[in-house]
Ligand binder design. Structure first.
Ligand code: UT7
Length: 334
């Protein structure tokens, strides 16, 4: 008997109501709407005023369960990608499990920054393919505003808060579902993108707080160069090794860090811009949530349809990066 294929059977997302526009940011740091839009593609982002990452994740999971028409207690496993867990422990997966009352699920968190959703998705897919579980929820959620320094114009313009989730279930069509993946990491990238304080290297003290070590640090220019090459390379590689060309791909679903990185990736794949999911203008970089957010919004609007071939691609801190080839299996939105 052939092994089951991990297939995505539902999507859902959650964004907080509060909008932080470029114009709002221009009132608190030395920046302007034109600079932010032309350098990044971002116009506004969402901010969670009350609550934590588990609230974003639980909101997304509730939407997902509703879309799939199943109850929380049918879920076997919850895998959460995040760099902004509610706390070091317990895991955000445990907190979401309680909030949605997924009584029969166990769960754990995955840390791979902006590539976190892809790392979590592929980890979860193994449990479907080896026959262990029948229903897994993969959540990408980040409250980036919790680790953003709103006096640093280099970073505060980039990030936003959101949560999104997909459901994985076994399928029997070998040509549908999660077809292939390439995942990479290179720890030499640690110096250019990190949050140094609060961990075992620099436990939180007054001094670490005074030095703002509890906020994101990014050397944007250095990350930009490797992100363009990294994301474009793995996206091109995954279509080539599956004997596809840009013409065979219906959608590129890139991590939303910078519109210029997204454009370079599409060019490298020979893909028309009309086939690229882009919502960075509305949400900024929501780290682990960007890719499932796109999937959920494009499915909801009826543009992402059953049978379509899509490439998910990400690059983030670590460095971590990767691509995943999927034939879409969610029933079309009503
Ligand atoms: O998601 C995880 C992976 N992360 C990424 O992929 C992010 C990769 N990096 C980037 O997206 C870009 O590097 C940024 C958007 C972060 C920055 O864009 P950039 O084109 O690399 O700008 P830069 O940092 O080289 O700054 C250019 C100029 C500088 O001024 P001088 O030195 O030329 O006078 C900055 O001080 O722009 C200035 N600048 C700003 N000006 C207005 C930097 N931030 C701002 C700002 N508003 N917010």
């Amino acid at each position: 008997m052939s092994k089951p294929r991990a297939t995505i059977t539902a999507v859902g997302h959650y964004v907080p109501d509060k909008v932080l526009s470029n114009h709002d940011l221009a009132k608190i740091v030395d920046t302007n709407d034109e600079w932010i839009r032309t350098r990044t593609g971002i116009s506004e982002r969402r901010i969670l005023e009350h609550g934590a990452t588990s609230d974003l994740g639980a909101g997304a999971m509730k939407a997902l369960l509703k879309n799939r028409g199943v109850s929380a207690d049918t879920v076997d496993l919850i895998v959460v990608a995040t760099v902004t867990p509610d706390m070091f422990f317990p895991s955000t997966a445990c907190l979401i499990q309680e909030k949605v009352q997924a009584k029969h699920a166990w769960g754990f968190d995955v840390s791979a920054a902006c590539s976190g959703f892809l790392f979590a998705l592929i980890t979860a897919a193994q449990f479907i393919e080896n026959g262990s579980y029948k229903r897994i929820v993969v959540v990408g959620a980040d409250k980036m505003s919790a680790i953003t320094d709103y006096t640093d114009r280099n970073t505060c313009i980039l990030f936003g808060d959101a949560g999104a989730a997909v459901m994985l279930e076994p399928g029997d069509d070998p040509h549908a579902g999660i077809l292939d993946h390439i995942l990479r990491c290179d720890g030499s990238g640690e110096k250019t993108l990190h949050m140094l304080g609060g961990g075992s290297l620099n436990p939180a003290t007054r001094d670490t707080v005074d030095q703002k070590m509890h906020y994101i640090y990014q050397d944007g220019k250095s990350v930009f160069k490797v992100a363009v090459v990294g994301m474009a390379d793995v996206s091109a590689e995954i279509i080539e090794r599956n004997h596809l060309t840009g013409k065979d791909v219906d959608w590129l679903v890139p991590h939303q860090a910078n519109l210029r990185i997204i454009d370079a990736t599409a060019d490298r794949m020979g893909l028309d811009k009309s086939k690229v999911m882009i919502n960075i203008n509305k949400y900024g970089n929501t780290t682990a949530a960007t890719i499932p957010m796109c999937l959920s919004e494009w499915w909801q609007s009826g543009q992402l349809r059953k049978g379509q071939t899509i490439v998910l691609a990400a690059f983030g801190a670590g460095y971590t990066w990767g691509s995943v080839l999927v034939r879409w299996t969610v029933e079309n939105a009503a």
